[in-house]
Ligand binder design. Sequence first.
Ligand code: DGL
Length: 271
Amino acid sequence: MKNNPIGIFDSGLGGLTVLSEIARILPAEDTVYLGDTARVPYGIKSKETVVRYALEDAAFLKSHKVKLIVIACNTASANAQDVLQKVLDLPVVGVIEPGARAAVEASKSGRIGIIGTEATIRSNAYTRAIVELSPEAQTFNIACPLFVPLVEEGWNGTDIAERVAREYLKGFKEANIDTLVLGCTHYPLLKEVISSVMGPGVRLIDSATATALEVASLLKENGQECSEEEAGTHAFYATDSPESFTKVGARFLGVRLGSTSLAHLESIEHG
Ligand code: DGL
């Protein structure tokens, strides 16, 4: 089991930001990444639908004999992590708790902003995780649904992105936050814009790094760290258009991807 791959899934390409951190922190580990590009976005869907999709994604990774599953998608972590943990006999790591922990550690005032997709904000999962760690913390939540298509269009550095960010983030004006959780896989690519709108007094929390560190410590704790010396291999699967996944994926990963294969998911009825 030790040398089996780590499975990572996301609704699409965005989770490659999490894979990138896992590969940086755990360079010897093999990974299998699934992007559910046929059904992206998850962020505007109901909880029931997101749970069903997440179960199917996880079953696909399990069939690749992964030793641990990382839910790189904030929407899927927020809505489906508890169900996956219940039904899978594998460790499951989501992005919410690591991100919440990093935010609580970073915040001095305990006033923490959270941005994410509609389904992530609606779930209240970040607030619950933050308040559990720090009961006196106060959170302020804003859904920013236009950020995902902006990043996918490659418009993250444009003045359109800045105007959209100003419009969404003005909701934090009165809140006086000192920390902002980037609660969506795509938002690390908007870090510069968000940071220029929020100003230097607000720390931005990217859960990708915190999640990779959590994976590292869990593997260590379970005695499941890969024992091989050479660099790990990375396999990529997408449920639609593998060529475009490979092409656009480079933007998220920062380096060229190996080729991507088409994934066929089995449907699972749930609930
Ligand atoms: N991966 C999703 C998330 O982190 C963003 C894209 C989507 O809506 O599916 O919430």
